[in-house]
Design a protein around this ligand. Structure first.
Ligand code: PMT
Length: 417
């Protein structure tokens, strides 16, 4: 049996119509070699009987805090046994209880006692999902390191179409597999990652930035943590949840100059540097301490006419990746340190990447097409090509950003080894 096949997956099933899909999740995980244990709420049993999951998993199904007076205390033993805990379908009610740390039944008590990776797949009516209370609860869970999977959009049981469908069975299985796929291949190494946008202020309330959400860089951070690395994450202003982990050092920055200073300071200790941040190439030449008045940047207009245009003078920002490439070439950074840059392209990808490989001194460039709405900026998925100084040109097919991140690490680590 492989390492993954010996893992225990705990499924927490709540009362929603998608509960029936969990039969398939349980079956697929059992077939994949996992030991599957199931906790059901009272409402979940209105949709699917516990006997179904007992048959599918070959294990007793836990439904109450005190199922068997002779057995070990259920919520503690379940929490200790599990390598990953997937709560799906997760109703608005369970999400609220998890956010508040309530422990009124077996499922919530187990969740509170559980210390490992917790995955939550919401499924509910669109209005319930979009309600600020649910959104706040989910954000709170994410900030605590809970992985929220979905929801997807589509036709809902209540007859309307919108966000709130539980994600597909295959996506749940993949999420479980990914979260137990830990290895120690990067243990003892330090991975330095830049992520998110930079913001270049030209007065206290206005700035130049770009659409980077930080998702790609955060996925790289998660992937590196799963392999045992210490991660230094230099992060521009983002709203995405950042993993909470004692091997993660988070450095928040705003401007390109801040990002440069943080990256250069951390670089000498790094074994691998991944520059996924979308760094602003330009900054306003001057930054006003006071808010600039409406017409003060305007081109002159004939007296009495309101000016029609404004102009701002920009100057170039430093190129952090190129600077790291120069330090590597000079031998100032760690011996064998691998430098990976990204390329955000809308056209002429091949030509532009070759230019970047030549000018930035990176060992690898990961290029993505940012003109597409389904990948690149802000999207949960990406598709990329990875190029190396040695002539590698490999397609990383469209997949979730965490999967793309895993592939990047696989290729970079195996080629640098
Ligand atoms: O954050 P997401 O919403 O998930 O989106 C992900 C992403 C599209 C931002 C990411 O996949 C990506 O492509 N990141 C690089 C964006 C970028 O700035 O590309 P570029 O082609 O302009 O720059 C090339 C490389 O030089 C990048 O590694 C960049 O970090 C670096 N650079 C650029 C300019 C600069 N002044 N300093 C730099 O270090």
């Amino acid at each position: 049996m492989t390492e993954a096949k010996q893992k225990t997956v705990l499924l927490g099933i709540c009362g929603g119509i998608a509960a029936y899909k969990m039969c398939d999740v349980a079956r697929q995980l059992v077939r994949g070699g996992y030991r599957v244990k199931v906790v059901m709420t009272k409402h979940a049993q209105e949709f699917v009987g516990a006997a179904t999951f007992r048959s599918l998993t070959g294990n007793p199904v836990a439904t109450q805090l005190f199922d068997d007076p002779h057995a070990p205390i259920n919520h503690i033993s379940l929490a200790q046994e599990a390598d990953v805990f997937l709560i799906a379908p997760a109703t608005a009610n369970i999400i609220a209880k998890l956010a508040q740390g309530r422990a009124g039944d077996l499922l919530t008590t187990t969740a509170l006692a559980y210390q490992g990776p917790l995955l939550v797949a919401p499924a509910m009516n669109t209005q319930m999902y979009l309600d600020p209370a649910t959104q706040t609860n989910m954000a709170l869970l994410q900030a605590r390191g809970v992985e929220i999977i979905g929801p997807a959009s589509g036709e809902l049981a209540c007859g309307i179409s919108g966000a709130g469908r539980m994600v597909a069975v295959a996506d749940l299985r993949t999420a479980v597999e990914e979260s137990v796929q830990t290895s120690t291949s990067l243990a003892g190494t330090t991975v330095l990652i830049s992520a998110g946008p930079t913001q270049e202020y030209f007065d206290p309330v206005r700035y130049l930035t770009n659409r980077s959400s930080g998702k790609m860089g955060l996925a790289l951070a998660r992937a590196a943590l799963r392999r045992g690395a210490k991660v230094v994450l230099v992060l521009g202003p983002v709203t995405e949840a950042v993993p909470v982990n004692n091997r993660l050092q988070r450095i928040d920055v705003v401007s390109t100059e801040d990002m440069r200073a943080a990256m250069l300071q951390a670089a000498p200790d790094a074994d691998l540097i991944l520059c996924a941040a979308a760094v602003a190439d330009y900054k306003p030449s001057e930054t006003s301490l006071a808010k600039i008045k409406k017409y003060s940047l305007s081109a002159s207009a004939p007296e009495g006419d309101a000016p029609q245009r404004v102009s701002i003078d920009f100057s170039f920002n430093p190129d952090i990746l190129a600077e790291l490439g120069q330090l590597k070439a000079k031998g100032v950074l760690k011996d064998g340190m691998t430098l990976v840059g990204f390329a955000a392209e809308t056209d002429n990808l091949d030509k532009n990447v070759q230019k970047k490989l030549a000018s930035k001194g990176a060992d690898f460039i990961v290029a993505n097409d940012v003109s597409r709405a389904d990948i690149g900026f802000e999207s949960d998925e990406n598709e990329a090509r990875i190029f190396s100084q040695q002539g590698m040109d490999e397609l990383l097919p469209k997949a979730s950003k965490i999967q793309v991140a895993q592939q990047i690490l696989d290729l970079v680590c195996s080629s640098s080894a």
